[in-house]
Design a protein around this ligand. Structure first.
Ligand code: NDP
Ligand code: OXD
Length: 313
């Protein structure tokens, strides 16, 4: 029996090749689900994104589970998820930077009416009549002021937007107004001309983007959902846009992914769809994160990004 810990990669087979080379120098036995034979009792660590339900509970000696992504809802949706095993989520400044870029891109695109100018260009039309709303009057509301929400808020703050954030606990971030808990939710929505969802998906946040939430926003607010499809009550979105309560939406995540061809979101003129690409975990960085996490676990340390099973994030 080898003294090296054994790591099982539980990812789609098309992904495995992207990751394997980054584990080559690590003192680990690395196995790939679907490619390698193994005994369940030999698996010490797993890293995965959307593991098949029921599988993780079959490894009797598992020490830690690593999530390839920042969001861990797909793990906790498994009714048999072994909650006694530490689940470590991926936290990475590069991932947060790319998420913040996505948010800034879509806020600025809407704020500066880019779609209208592109349409005018197609008609060879020169019109300077579309002045943007004042930046200082365009209020940004970020649902979830965690690793990613804070960075996105800071970037928008630095561009001159007034920024607020809603979280469970009170935050103290320079230039960002903090709203905390259910009691302050309505006040937060009332000052959000852009509503940007960066919450984890938990039973408490499921469906938070719904008709009632939209009705509490200033008329003509713009929605960006970059967190999880389960946050949005999809049937409530188009009526809110068509009534003018929302000016439109940018969606990177959906209840069903890939987004079905029949979804009305694809062709709605005021909805921008991207295929869950706001940020993609970098295999080299994530492999290093897992290797260092395994070393810490072998030393008996608790990882700082261990998911709190009671909160679900
Ligand atoms: P964090 O855990 O760092 O932040 C979560 C934030 O949400 C915290 O501020 C937390 O409050 C707040 N929150 C959680 N539950 C509630 C609640 N019930 N009421 C109020 N506030 C709540 O997460 P990250 O910033 O790292 O990631 C956020 C999400 O972004 C991920 O879960 C994932 O779903 C999504 N994501 C999407 C990607 C994409 O490509 N589209 C890529 C990466 C992430 P508090 O601080 O008080 O605990
Ligand atoms: C993540 C994601 O959670 O890519 O990191 O969605």
């Amino acid at each position: 029996m080898s003294a090296r810990p054994t790591l099982l990669m539980l990812v789609p087979s098309s992904w495995a090749g992207l990751w394997l080379e980054h584990f080559q120098k690590a003192q680990l036995n690395v196995l790939v689900q679907g490619r390698d034979e193994y005994r369940v009792e030999d698996i010490d660590y797993v890293f995965s994104f959307r593991p098949p339900h029921g599988l993780l509970k079959t490894f009797p000696k598992l020490k830690t589970i690593f999530s390839v992504g920042a969001g861990v809802d797909a793990f906790l949706a498994d009714p048999d998820f072994p909650k006694r095993i530490p689940l470590v989520r991926f936290v990475d400044p590069q991932l947060s930077t790319e998420m913040a870029q996505y948010v800034v891109l879509h806020v600025l695109g809407q704020h500066r009416q880019q779609a209208t100018f592109e349409a005018q260009q197609k008609q060879s039309r020169w019109s300077q009549m579309l002045l943007p709303r004042k930046t200082a009057d365009t209020r940004i509301g970020i649902l979830g002021l965690g690793e990613i929400g804070t960075m996105a808020g800071e970037r928008l703050r630095d561009l001159g937007f007034p920024v607020s954030g809603w979280s469970r606990s009170r935050k103290h971030v320079r230039g960002i107004e903090s709203y905390a808990g259910e009691a302050e939710f309505a006040d937060f929505l009332a000052v959000s001309d852009f509503l940007i969802c960066l919450l984890p998906l938990t039973p408490e946040t499921h469906g938070v983007l719904n008709a009632k939430t939209f009705s509490r926003l200033p008329k003509g607010a713009y929605l960006i959902n970059v967190a999880r499809g389960g946050h949005l009550k999809e049937d409530d979105l188009i009526p809110a846009i068509d009534s003018g309560q929302l000016a439109g939406a940018t969606l990177d995540v959906f209840q069903t992914e890939p987004l079905p061809e029949t979804s009305p979101f694809w062709l709605h003129p005021k909805i921008t769809v991207t295929p869950h690409v706001a940020a993609i975990s970098d295999p080299q960085i994530a492999a290093r994160f897992v290797i260092e996490g395994i070393s810490a676990s072998e030393r008996g340390e608790t990882h700082p990004h261990t998911v709190n099973m009671t909160r679900g994030y």
